[in-house]
Design a protein around this ligand. Structure first.
Ligand code: ATP
Ligand code: MG
Length: 351
């Protein structure tokens, strides 16, 4: 009887701390949090006013004493205190939402490929102080590969790439390890900046980043498509200082995004160039799998496929691949032990 009683309480949590979204997976429950990685703070009292969707709605609209911040920059903690508060808030929220979570869960958390020991330790420390009893860090892209059920443990080359908000990461995986990889700070956020910049230069129009993101999602593309589309963007005329509306077309947006798209394609090529030939042959046959929200940019898959002459497909539900992978690894501790990164805390104690 007691065994069943305890079994009802989930001990395990998977965490994807993305630059734009935080996602939390609880064993036996699935994804229980999928919210913006944004915190609104009262700068006078240092207290949290809102986290997640509510905080994001405040961005760009706050009075002087409220600041909104994104504590993660390219998957790395840029503001430790706020990050810790945010993780704690989300874990507490799971408890409040009535999910039977033990007081101090085990946490598997994804981290970027390019991370220093100090940065990894910051992620571990913040997660421990947010209430974890055990923290296991794994490369986010490796987690994503598990999440979309690629044969990562086999002796075949698998190429997976993620275009998120803060970073694009590309890796070739074989036998449960990353063989070659590249990462670049050009992804969804940079594309939004490209659109803001384009509006400024082409139309003398100052637009906000939220609106730029809307334009990207609605009209953005990496390649021309049959039916031309357009939409109205509103902002401030830089010459008159007054509100102004301009029609922007898909070809404007494509031009705005061109450089970012090219950088991503070049990084895929550069990764292939340093990959051992046997693995390149596997990738050529099996194709590239893409995850992350940025891969939903229209035509990005076919633009990469053409440039690299390799089939490319966007995984189903690409934004949750990492967190689903952490969830899967929670259920396979023997695999987790093999792929997790050594704790930066232990190394510090030993060294
Ligand atoms: N249809 C779309 N077209 C283009 N970009 C999109 C689309 N839908 C979402 N995005 C972009 O995807 C990005 C968010 O992706 P995701 O949630 O994977 O990022 P993240 O995990 O928070 O960031 P990172 O992995 O870089 O730390 C945002 O920049 C968003 O604008
Ligand atoms: Mg991500």
């Amino acid at each position: 009887m007691f065994k069943n009683f305890f079994r009802k309480f989930s001990k395990d949590v998977g965490l994807d701390l993305g630059s734009s979204f935080t996602r939390v997976y609880v064993r036996d429950k699935g994804i229980v949090v999928d919210e913006p990685s944004v915190v609104a703070l009262n700068s006078k009292t240092d207290q949290i006013i809102a986290v997640g969707h509510h905080a994001r709605d405040m961005v760009g609209k706050t009075p002087g004493h409220i600041t909104t911040s994104r504590p993660l920059l390219r998957g790395i903690i840029s503001d430790y205190e706020v990050a810790e508060k945010m993780i704690k808030y989300f874990i507490d929220k799971i408890h409040e939402d009535g999910v039977n979570l033990v007081a101090r869960p085990r946490v598997v958390i994804g981290a970027p490929l390019e991370i220093t020991e100090v940065e990894r330790k910051a992620i571990e420390d913040a997660t421990y102080s947010a209430g974890a009893s055990e923290v296991h860090v794994i490369e986010a892209l490796m987690a994503a590969a598990f999440g979309v059920r690629l044969p990562v443990e086999e002796a075949v080359g698998t190429m997976i790439m993620s275009v998120g908000a803060g970073i694009t990461e590309i890796a070739v995986i074989s036998l449960g390890g990353v063989v070659t990889w590249r990462s670049l700070p050009i992804a969804g956020d940079e594309m939004d900046h490209n659109i803001v910049q384009y509006c400024r230069e082409a139309f003398n129009l100052l637009v906000g980043e939220h609106q730029a993101e809307e334009v990207k999602k609605k009209l953005g593309s990496a390649e021309p498509f049959a039916s031309g589309e357009q939409m109205a963007v509103r902002g401030r005329d830089l010459l008159t200082g007054l509100p102004k509306e301009v029609m922007i077309t898909d070809s404007h947006v494509r031009e705005a995004l061109h450089r970012s798209v090219k950088s991503i394609i070049d990084a895929v090529k550069a990764t292939l160039e340093v990959t051992p030939p046997e693995l390149v042959a596997d990738i050529h046959e099996r194709g590239i799998v893409m995850v992350g929200g940025g891969t939903q940019l229209r035509g990005l898959d076919s633009a990469i496929a053409k440039a690299c002459e390799i089939p490319v497909r966007v995984a189903d539900d690409p934004t949750t691949a990492v967190v689903r992978g952490t969830g899967l690894l929670l259920e396979h501790p023997e695999v987790l032990r093999e792929v997790e990164l050594p704790s930066a805390r232990i190394q510090e104690k030993v060294g």
